[in-house]
Design a protein around this ligand. Structure first.
Ligand SMILES: NC(=O)c1ccc[n+]([C@@H]2O[C@H](COP(=O)([O-])OP(=O)(O)OC[C@H]3O[C@@H](n4cnc5c(N)ncnc54)[C@H](O)[C@@H]3O)[C@@H](O)[C@H]2O)c1
Length: 340
């Protein structure tokens, strides 16, 4: 009997800077995909690409890639201010698009791309890499199973020294990770945002604090900073039954679930402060060790093949941009409450 032959998805990758090589490495080794062309405007990056992948054509002319009939899908791995033009050109040329976070520079660009993809029956995936980590998958499972109970808060610290970006502030650089994770885990749209931040060196805010109000008294807070002496990637998530701490820099025991909380038995107890503090066990569930980007790209290929809308498609990218826009407006007014 003849076995069913799967066709190979031909990718064009635009941008071979810091993150682009990870995309090329995965797409050229995943089953069901190959990299047909790399486009890069910087000569030194083109040299690096040609040396690492002598079999892949590397072009300085991005248009050549965008219009190539041998390419089914385009990965846009360039700075955010270029995402809209490149993604739009790819869609107009009939190609599916994998685009870096943050999706676009503003929400009207994102809305236009979503509409364009819809009208041409093409898929967009925004690189919200963290959704595909073992840690976020496990937290989602714990929340779905009710392990944490009713959600109270999401509180995250994502700080390090640099890497300073030339075109965006620290909020647009680092907060999309937490905003996409929150969007995935909390599963409801935010109501309002408060943000404060300050620039000290290159005119872009290098430290920022963002608070997001969700329905049902769920509060989220993110601290992002390019001027931290130490790298911290720690998230606390609290519910009425249990709480967890996710330390992404831990090799083992990334997630610790604490059977801790506050019990109030009667309404009267609230006023008389008759609360009891529960301090039970802590356990560290096994976190699956996977390369998130690889899982994500395999999922993108599957979504293209099946016509399924990815969980991190254009609409998810747009929800993150709307939160960033609200935060930007709030930050400009030194922390005014902005409704999303
Ligand atoms: N998902 C993640 O975890 C993650 C991690 C790092 C970066 N990123 C995102 O990836 C994107 C790129 O970031 P980076 O750190 O790799 O930036 P980078 O500046 O190191 O690389 C971008 C490359 O794109 C090239 N380029 C720019 N415009 C081009 C065009 N029109 N045609 C061809 N090449 C072009 C530049 O020459 C550069 O080499 C950003 O949106 C960033 O937010 C995501």
């Amino acid at each position: 009997m003849l076995s069913e032959r799967k066709s190979t998805m031909n990718f064009g990758v635009i941008g071979f800077g810091y993150w682009g090589p990870n995309i090329v490495r995965n797409l050229s080794t995943l089953e069901g995909s190959r990299v047909a062309m790399i486009a890069e405007t910087a000569p030194n990056a083109r040299l690096r690409a040609a040396k690492a992948y002598p079999q892949i054509p590397v072009t300085a002319d991005t248009n050549e890639l965008l219009t190539s009939t041998g390419i089914d899908a385009v990965a846009v791995i360039t700075p955010v201010w270029t995402h809209y033009d490149l993604a739009r050109a790819a869609l107009l040329n009939g190609k599916h698009v994998f685009v870096e976070k943050p999706f676009t520079s503003n929400s009207s660009q994102a809305e236009e791309l979503i509409e364009l993809a819809h009208s041409k029956n093409l898929r967009i995936m925004v690189d919200h890499t963290f959704l595909f980590t073992g840690a976020v998958q496990l937290i989602n499972q714990l929340m779905d199973e009710g392990t944490l109970g009713k959600l109270f808060y999401y509180d995250s610290t994502r700080v390090n020294l640099g890497l300073f970006q030339h075109d965006i502030n620290v909020l647009w650089d680092l907060a999309p990770h937490d905003l996409s994770i929150m969007d995935f885990l909390i599963k409801s749209e935010p109501e309002a945002v408060v943000a404060t931040g300050q620039s000290h060196l290159n005119g872009h805010e290098d430290i920022a604090f963002m608070t997001v109000y969700f329905p049902d008294n769920v509060l989220a807070h993110i601290s992002v900073n390019w001027l931290s002496p130490v790298k911290v990637r720690t998230t606390r998530i609290g519910g009425d039954k249990r709480m967890l701490v996710w330390n992404d820099l831990e090799a083992d025991e990334k997630i610790k679930v604490y059977d801790k909380g506050v019990d109030i038995t009667t309404q009267e107890g609230v006023y008389k402060l008759l609360v009891s503090y529960r301090s039970g066990d802590m356990w560290a569930p096994q976190v699956r060790q996977v390369e998130a980007l690889r899982e994500e790209l395999a999922y993108f290929i599957a979504c293209i093949n099946t016509g399924q809308e990815p969980i991190n498609g254009g609409p998810a990218g747009l929800r993150v941009i709307k939160m960033l826009e609200a935060a930007t407006r709030s930050m400009e007014q030194r922390g005014t409450l902005i409704y999303v």
